[in-house]
Design a protein around this ligand. Structure first.
Ligand code: ADP
Length: 354
């Protein structure tokens, strides 16, 4: 064990159900190891401004079931400047913060790796509903968001069935189609549009027509926000014009970000939070904690961020320079496996949802 006296915890970027459960686990695990915990409010903004509060065991009571984040979140462009970083490091020195657990998405991890490079060891925890972090199978909040989507879609399906109607639904996900694809399967959507794969509007219209000929009355089409905000509304109009089925558009937007976390998210948040603190106290840092094949494992943040860029086709010049041939081969194989999984799920959704 390294000699940590006090660590900080923050939530940053887009909020997600389960962030509170993760903070709770971090606080209680650290206290059990005799390490104090400082709650840093409003993400990196609170680190710059010194918006801090010491958290005791009972300060995280009654939050395992609460959505949002009681530490609040923020986007903090100042943290990306040398002056902002210097202020953040000074706060850590002034308040004796020996390390930080940062809960958020890839932006938050970029901040965490910068902070580590500036002398404050950090570990990241993936908290975002979008599941858009390639190094982990699941992010905290993803399961809750999907459950909210299917609950809402089930309600739309009731009314679509009564009126023989189609409803095009846009769901969040940023650049990732994970929420859309999984909820399309789980809600029996007639079609799904995700940014990872090409789509064909005429084919979607054909699917609606042939399903109607087979006696189907309700039609749900799920569209991921990653394909652009015009796609869903335009698709509803086209389906109505081409098939004669009355079609409406609904954007679920931020409603899917709120609510009480599911059992799966609470367990993921609690275990990942506890293990993250154990790693930090062992003296390890610059890591993101990931769930892979049901196990919580620590992945180097730089590996995780570059794997992410590779998966999203956003590699920049020089990104791959620091990795060995063996690491690159591993990354490429991980990317292929993820792509194959998406393609397979997409194929299944088309086969069984007509
Ligand atoms: P998310 O963590 O959900 O991806 P953002 O991309 O908004 O959300 O990132 C959250 C915060 O992390 C930003 O407001 C900023 O303070 C910090 N951050 C993002 N990118 C960087 C970076 N390249 N260097 C330092 N800090 C960053």
């Amino acid at each position: 064990m390294k000699n940590f006296k006090r660590i900080g915890v923050l939530t940053s970027g887009g909020d997600a159900p389960g962030m509170n459960a993760a903070v709770r686990a971090v606080v209680r695990t650290a206290l059990t190891h005799g390490v104090e915990v400082i709650g840093i409010y409003r993400g990196y903004s609170g680190l710059i401004d010194g918006d801090l509060k010491k958290l005791g065991y009972r300060d995280v009571s009654n939050i395992i079931n609460k959505g949002g984040t009681f530490l609040y979140s923020d986007r903090c462009p100042e943290f990306q400047t040398p002056e902002g970083m210097a202020k953040a490091v000074k706060t850590c020195r002034d308040f004796g913060i020996d390390g930080i657990i940062a809960i958020g998405g890839d932006g938050t991890f970029r901040g965490a790796t910068e902070l580590t490079a500036n002398g404050v060891p950090c570990i990241g925890i993936p908290g975002t509903i979008d599941n858009d972090i390639a190094s982990t199978d699941n992010t905290i909040g993803f399961d809750t968001a999907m459950n909210t989507v299917i609950e809402l879609v089930d309600k739309l399906r009731d009314t679509c069935e009564s009126h023989a109607r189609c409803n095009v639904v846009e769901v969040m996900g940023r650049g990732a189609g994970d929420i859309a694809l999984h909820t399309a399967i789980a809600s029996g959507a007639t079609a799904v549009i995700i940014p990872e794969l090409p789509y064909d509007v005429s084919d979607i219209c054909r699917r609606v027509k042939s399903a109607r000929e087979l006696g189907k009355r309700n039609f749900i089409i799920i569209v991921s926000e990653g394909v652009g905000s015009d796609v869903g509304p335009a698709l509803a109009k086209t389906i109505q014009a081409e098939t004669g089925v009355e079609s409406k558009f609904a954007r679920f937007a931020h409603i899917v970000r709120g609510g009480s976390p599911t059992l799966k998210d609470r367990i993921l948040a609690s275990t990942i939070g506890a293990i993250a603190v154990e790693e930090l106290l062992k003296g390890n840092s610059n890591l993101v904690m990931c769930e892979r094949k049901g196990k919580i494992v620590a992945v180097d943040i730089n590996y995780a961020l570059i794997l992410d860029r590779m998966y999203k086709g956003k590699l920049k010049e020089g990104d791959l320079d620091r990795f060995s041939e063996k690491e690159l081969a591993k990354m490429r194989s991980e990317v292929r496996a993820k792509q194959a999984n998406i393609a397979r799920l997409y194929g299944i959704s088309k086969t069984i949802n007509l």
